[in-house]
Design a protein around this ligand. Sequence first.
Ligand SMILES: [Fe+2]
Length: 139
Amino acid sequence: MKRMEWSENLALGIALIDEQHKTWIGHLNDVSTALSSAQGPTQIAKTLSFLIDYTGYHFDSEEQYMTKHGYPGLEQHREKHAELRQTLTDLQTDFDDEGATGPLAKAVDTFLGNWLVQHIQDVDQEFGTFLKERGIELK
Ligand SMILES: [Fe+2]
């Protein structure tokens, strides 16, 4: 598939989160490449678990900053993260059970990419605006 690229329309203007989103996209591309170039199952499993680990780290990080700064949208945002955490766990189970199937590749290429773009442009943007309005810088 076409590699997903970070671009300015995904920018929150919050450097720390923007950098994490770039890294996340990198991990997503790694999984996609491993699947589409039919790399061995070990390589696919490895990229998938890097993606899952990084997603957990990134979501935890956003949620911690939301908690720290008293963000009112925390619970709603946490629910969206929880849904994707579950989706990723399901994908990993599917991969463990059935290997690199077409539907798995499609879920990675289409669903995850779209989810990310939509999530960033919608709810992450709202958090970015909240921080900027208060002049809060994340470190
Ligand atoms: Fe988020």
